[in-house]
Ligand binder design. Structure first.
Ligand code: SF4
Ligand code: SF4
Length: 459
């Protein structure tokens, strides 16, 4: 296992700095990128009746709610977007292409494709904002997906006395434990926390040790076995059978950063800040649980699928756009989790009509610049053929073609969150910080930012 060496903190390379500035996140995709040109449609948010949000408890966990076929396979980390596209492209990898596009934009005084700043120095200012947002990621090392048991995401306690870690405290009242763990998660930075038993279908079948580089995938299976502590061998990553619970945490993303234009450096700043928060909270909560004598696995996008776990943990429903939709913040959230063997009371899934609303809405599909989101009225069990091998067939849902999505990211040089930005659940829950028609980069700086911290920013 890799441990944090304090001597290395602060000594990152130029390539690493630039890689961190690009948002390496969340989409599962495949395909050959050959510099396709996307037409960016004008940002016209269609009028729609805002969804009425009335939350009810549901009996159905994610697998039943989305009617998973019994033969649905666990997903492999080697099928994630950045890996598959990087492998197909060869050098430069997808992340390097994206970084090059960012720098090209900034040199031209732009903060995204077709989005000009007032002048080149303002473009640099947005790059500085992005740098602030991603600094924690730069300092701690690997983050995002395919980084199981690496760096600060290591699976064993870090710097805690064995008197604590080898001595599980007796916890007889599961409800009381859940309440206190949620309180600790909130202090660690979570905006909302849910707890579920782990459905192992959502745990990745394997990780990819070279998840962002070109070249054939180097993969290791993720297994559950009878063992006291999680461990990594030459051949496998092994989780104790006793690890049955996931504490799932939500982190609200700053609204204005998405609203300027959801495919810019401002969007990247929001995503990167989300990753920073995910990292801080997941490792903090994991250390807290370890100090109580239990196993705790801090996870960002790695180890297990965040969206179905968060559905099972009662935090929201799956939207057509492929993200979790929450009753409090729509899809404007990022997700981290801690897997543990500490016994806790679990939450029940919730329903508030998302599937039914999405069936008639389809705004995200219409507004997506890459055509990645299914516009079909009905859900299917199969991803579109072009999404193979990243589509993970077997669940009844609207599939997102991550290959198309990532191609657009590479071209925009600003990632993309347009689907999140235009979703009526975002607008119903978070409103618009910048008035429609005034979403120019220069308007952002006149907002009442207070401190640039997640707790103080105007969401
Ligand atoms: S709008 Fe389309 S391209 Fe943009 S993030 Fe959503 S799915 Fe990807
Ligand atoms: S924008 Fe997409 S995800 Fe949001 S409500 Fe409409 S169809 Fe559902």
């Amino acid at each position: 296992m890799t441990e944090i060496n304090p001597k290395n903190i602060g000594s990152f390379s130029r390539r690493r700095f630039l890689e961190m500035i690009a948002s390496l996140s969340l989409v599962s995709a495949s395909g050959v990128w050959a510099g396709q040109q996307f037409d960016l449609p004008d940002l016209v948010i269609a009028d729609s009746d805002m969804p009425k949000i009335k939350v009810a408890m549901a009996a159905k966990k994610a697998a039943l709610r989305h009617q998973c076929r019994p033969d649905m396979a666990r997903f492999s980390g080697k099928h994630m977007a950045f890996k598959v596209i990087s492998e197909e492209l060869g050098a430069p990898s997808a992340s390097e292409i994206m970084v090059n596009q960012i720098m090209k934009n900034v040199r031209a005084g732009k903060i995204g494709k077709g989005v000009s700043a007032k002048d080149p120095s303002e473009a640099r200012m947005f790059l500085a904002l992005n740098t602030a947002a991603t600094t924690w990621n730069m300092i701690v090392g690997p983050y995002g997906e395919n980084h199981e048991n690496m760096g600060f995401l290591g699976w064993l306690p870090q710097g805690l006395p064995p008197e604590l870690t080898a001595n599980p405290v007796s916890l007889k009242d599961k409800r009381d434990t859940s309440k206190k763990i949620k309180a600790i998660a909130a202090y660690a930075g979570s905006d909302k926390t849910g707890i579920t038993e782990i459905d192992r279908r959502w745990v990745y079948s394997s990780t990819c040790k070279n998840g962002e580089d070109p070249g054939p995938a180097i993969s290791k299976p993720i297994l559950f076995k009878k063992t006291d502590q999680p461990k990594e061998t030459e051949k496998a990553l092994i989780l104790p059978d006793s690890v049955r619970y996931a504490v799932v945490m939500l982190f609200v993303q700053p609204r204005a950063l998405h609203q300027i234009d959801p495919a810019t450096l401002a969007n990247n700043a929001s995503v990167n800040q989300g990753y920073s928060q995910m990292g801080i909270a997941s490792v903090s909560l994991a250390q807290a649980i370890r100090s109580l004598g239990y196993v705790a696995i801090p996870c960002m996008n790695d180890t297990a699928m965040s969206v179905p776990l968060s559905i099972d943990a009662g935090l929201g429903e799956l939207g057509r756009l492929g993200f979790l939709i929450t009753p409090e913040f729509g899809p404007h959230v990022r997700i981290a989790k801690v897997l543990t063997n500490m016994p806790m009371a679990t939450d029940k899934p919730i329903e508030f009509g998302v599937t039914e609303y999405c069936r008639d809405c389809g705004i995200c599909a219409r507004e997506c610049p890459s055509g990645a989101i299914s516009p079909d009225k009905e859900m299917t069990f199969e991803p579109p053929p072009g999404a193979d091998p990243c589509g993970n067939p077997g669940a009844l849902k609207w599939y997102v073609d991550g290959k198309k999505c990532l191609r657009w990211w590479l071209e925009s040089g600003g990632g993309c969150s347009r689907c999140v930005n235009v979703c009526p659940y975002t607008r119903a829950t978070m409103g618009d910080v910048l008035p429609p028609g005034q979403i120019r980069p220069e308007d952002f700086w006149d907002l009442d930012h207070k401190a640039y911290g997640r707790r103080d920013i105007t969401y």
